[in-house]
Design a protein around this ligand. Structure first.
Ligand code: PDD
Length: 276
């Protein structure tokens, strides 16, 4: 597998990052995940805008090569051969000579990119496949979930708790309201209306979320960006998750609660799949 590291295309096994890189010592970095289908980047501009916004919000300087990101990804795509890929783009604040909370003034930010095969969404070919298992959990993450930071231990912590049953996704809530999944945004359907929590510091402004909102609206489907009370999930007709690598995937269960089973052909999540 080929990767890109600070100006060079190299084999993954030859890529070296210092242990004093601030993304390792402080989680002091941001990232982006961009999918491609049939060798074409999907929603590149939207992802690029969010990447720049993450840099702006974290005061990390933009590596110079970033302006050429689209071409870098296209070249990496050719080198890594798979038809559909997902690109991981990481910008770290840089490598510090001596560990210190305050970053050196002249620190150079670093750019690391890797790609892997994008697994096809199984619900596309098998819409009747059992949906995802999920668990509700109090949101213990920080107050800036709108930033796509590499500091993700809050998102993944409970997945490593050996006393909990493994689930496909953890759904975070706070003060009785749903925020988002640990790696996805959440949508709920009730009586033909699609609901999703509004943009705030509590959720990532998902590129897939926005893409779907626009598409559903253009199809004449009612969509509302509105707070979702936890209790509302238990009377929902559909609950689904969205992300750049999963597209749209339906939820089967939330803890012990099983969502009503519905013919995918009559479900809005299934219609939404056609947008990919
Ligand atoms: N995760 N919320 C969180 C916390 C996420 O990590 C993600 C995506 C999303 C969905 O965002 P988008 O539609 O832009 O992919 C929402 C990516 C895929 C990841 O971390 O690998």
């Amino acid at each position: 597998m080929w990767v890109y590291l600070n100006g060079s295309y190299i084999k993954a096994e030859d890529a070296k990052i210092s242990p004093l890189d601030r993304s390792a010592t402080f989680g002091d970095g941001i990232y982006e995940v961009i999918p491609s289908y049939d060798q074409k980047l999907f929603l590149f501009e939207e992802h690029f805008e969010r990447l720049k916004s993450s840099l702006y919000k974290t005061f990390i300087s933009s590596p110079q090569e970033l302006e050429d990101l689209e071409n870098i990804l296209k070249l990496l795509h050719k080198k890594n051969l798979h038809k559909n890929q997902s690109f991981y783009i990481q910008v770290s604040r840089g490598v510090q000579a001596v560990r210190s909370h305050a970053a050196d003034k002249d620190l150079q930010s670093s750019l690391f990119i890797t790609s892997q095969e994008l697994e096809p969404n199984p619900y596309k070919s098998q819409p009747n496949l059992k949906g995802l298992t999920t668990r509700l959990e109090e949101d213990i993450r920080w107050q800036r979930c709108d930033i796509k930071t590499t500091a993700l231990i809050g998102n993944i912590l409970s997945s490593h708790n050996p006393t909990l049953n493994p689930v496909d996704e953890v759904i975070f809530h706070k003060d009785g309201l749903i925020n988002e999944g640990s790696k996805s945004n959440l949508f709920m359907v009730k009586e033909g209306i699609v609901f999703t929590p509004p943009l705030s510091n509590k959720i990532l402004p998902g590129v897939t979320r926005q893409y779907l909102l626009d598409k559903l609206l253009s199809e004449g489907i009612d969509v509302l960006e509105q707070d979702i009370d936890i209790q509302e999930l238990y009377s929902a007709d559909e609950v689904w998750l969205t992300s750049s690598t999963k597209e749209v995937q339906p939820i089967h269960s939330i803890d012990d609660f099983i969502l009503p089973s519905k013919d995918p052909k009559e479900s809005i999540w299934h219609r939404a799949l056609d947008f990919f």
